[in-house]
Each structure stands twice: as structure tokens, then as C-alpha cells.
Design a protein. Structure first.
Length: 268
């Protein structure tokens, strides 16, 4: 009798646990550069992707960070990175193979896209703007011929792949650097931040204006405090843990506005 009661109790517990388990739990995939990357705290520097899970309901939403330091829209897409030792987690080919209907793909690039299109160091630059233009080069890093597209061209490639799989896309403008003029932080990353948002608008996908959101916070704090707490000078690009947490908070704040794709319901 006691044995039967115990079995019934176990069955009830299992049933409750099964009912409480989210069905088809979606995954939020993060792709981007070092400011998104988890980081290792090397030299006190972190990416905001390390701290975003603390602000999200990870019982209902998985978060996978595939951001890779040093990459641009181009090199993350092609895998043509200059140092194979840091390409441990794979890049776009790895991510797109994992994407499933109902997942989310967050894309944040722009900080490294303004570099040389072809050089012997990194060859990660793209054509400026969002047009459909391209140029053929012999990549001196990969030792292969390559067609290089515009910043917008690469973003549209990511979006097209994701949409084909029924994935919700979120485009983030790049985080601002701690570069100041007349007491205000310089915004826009030489046009790349605005181009990211324009592509999102054209392709009718969600966006978060991270550049301006963080810049607003920087302006309130002021240059001295920002550089004391959020950056390790002379590095004006990468952030301390406190800076990365601020950036993650702005991402989560942006998510709250994206009710159309449902990401808001996972923000704590």
C-alpha cells in the first residue's frame, strides 16, 4: 500500500515537473565583436554578453553567445579570421546550423568594419554604407580571392539566412567608444550605427539603438567618471565589468520595447 502511494507521489511530481518545463524553449544567439563577447576579464575587460543572462529569464530562454573578438560583419560571416587560434567556437557557419524556428538572433557589429579591406594584418574592412555594391580582392590573409560587400550587404545576408529559418532578428547599433568632444561622447561610429538601424528598418526586423542609449548614459555620467569606472584607459573601446553590465542593461531595456517579436517577456 505504501509502495503504491509512493509510486503515485513520484508520478505526480514528474507530471508537475513536466508541465512546468517550457515547451520548445527558444534560444537567443548573440553574434558580434569583442564588446559582445563573454570575455575572460583579461586586463579587467568584459563584453556585455557575459552579463545579459543575469537580466533574462534563462528558465524560459536559452542564451548562446557566439560573438568573437576582432571580427567584423565580413570576417564573422566568411570565417576568414587572421588568427585561427581564437576561432574556437566557430562563427557564422556554426551559428546558422543551430538556428531553429522561433529562435532569436542578435547582431551587433560596426566597430571593426571600418578597417582596411585588404592588408596583411586582418583584412576585415567592408565597403561603407548599405548599398548592394561589392569589390573583388585577393585576400592577403586567407590567400584566396574574395568578394567583399558593404556593411549593409553583410547584415542582409545574416537577416536572409535567419528569416528563411523563421528566426526573429534583432539588429543592435554598435556600442559607443569613450571618445569625447565638447563634453559629450562621440556617437554613431562613423556612420555604422545609423547604417545598422537603417538596414533593420528596410528589412523590417527589430532593432535596438544601443549606440545612442549607452551614449545617453555616458553623457549623464560625464567623461571623467566614465573613464574611471567603465573603461581601462588608454582602451576607449572595451569595458570593465561595470561598463559591460551597463551595456547589458541597455540591451535588456531595448528588449522591453520589442513586444512584436516577444523577446520582452523574457526580461526580468
Amino acid at each position: 500500500m505504501r509502495y503504491n502511494a509512493f509510486i503515485l507521489f513520484l508520478m505526480a511530481v514528474c507530471c508537475i515537473a513536466w508541465l512546468a518545463t517550457p515547451k520548445n524553449k527558444p534560444t537567443l544567439y548573440l553574434i558580434g565583436d569583442s564588446t559582445v563577447d563573454d570575455g575572460s576579464g583579461n586586463k579587467g575587460l568584459w563584453g556585455w554578453g557575459k552579463f545579459l543572462p543575469e537580466l533574462m529569464d534563462t528558465q524560459q530562454l536559452s542564451i548562446k553567445n557566439y560573438a568573437q573578438g576582432g571580427t567584423s560583419t565580413r570576417t564573422f560571416f566568411t570565417g576568414g579570421i587572421w588568427d585561427k587560434r581564437i576561432n574556437k567556437r566557430g562563427m557564422w557557419d556554426t551559428v546558422q546550423a543551430k538556428l531553429s524556428k522561433g529562435d532569436y538572433l542578435l547582431i551587433q557589429f560596426g566597430l571593426n568594419d571600418n578597417g582596411p579591406i585588404n592588408d596583411s594584418a586582418r583584412a576585415r574592412g567592408v565597403l561603407k554604407g548599405i548599398s548592394d555594391t561589392s569589390v573583388i580582392v585577393y585576400n592577403t590573409v586567407t590567400k584566396q580571392q574574395e568578394t567583399v560587400y558593404s556593411f549593409g550587404g553583410y547584415l542582409r545576408k545574416y537577416i536572409a539566412f535567419a528569416k528563411a529559418k523563421g528566426v526573429h532578428v534583432i539588429i543592435c547599433s554598435s556600442v559607443p567608444r569613450s571618445v569625447w568632444k565638447d563634453g559629450k561622447v562621440v556617437r554613431g561610429e562613423a556612420g555604422f550605427a545609423a547604417w545598422a538601424l537603417e538596414v533593420a528598418k528596410q528589412e523590417q526586423v527589430a532593432s535596438v539603438d544601443l549606440n545612442n542609449m549607452i551614449a545617453d548614459e555616458y553623457d549623464v555620467m560625464g567623461e571623467v567618471l566614465v573613464n574611471q569606472k567603465l573603461h581601462v584607459l588608454p582602451d576607449v573601446t572595451h569595458t570593465t565589468a561595470e561598463g559591460a553590465k551597463l551595456n547589458a542593461t541597455m540591451v535588456a531595456k531595448g528588449f522591453r520595447q520589442l513586444k512584436k517579436i516577444g523577446i520582452h517577456k523574457f526580461v526580468l
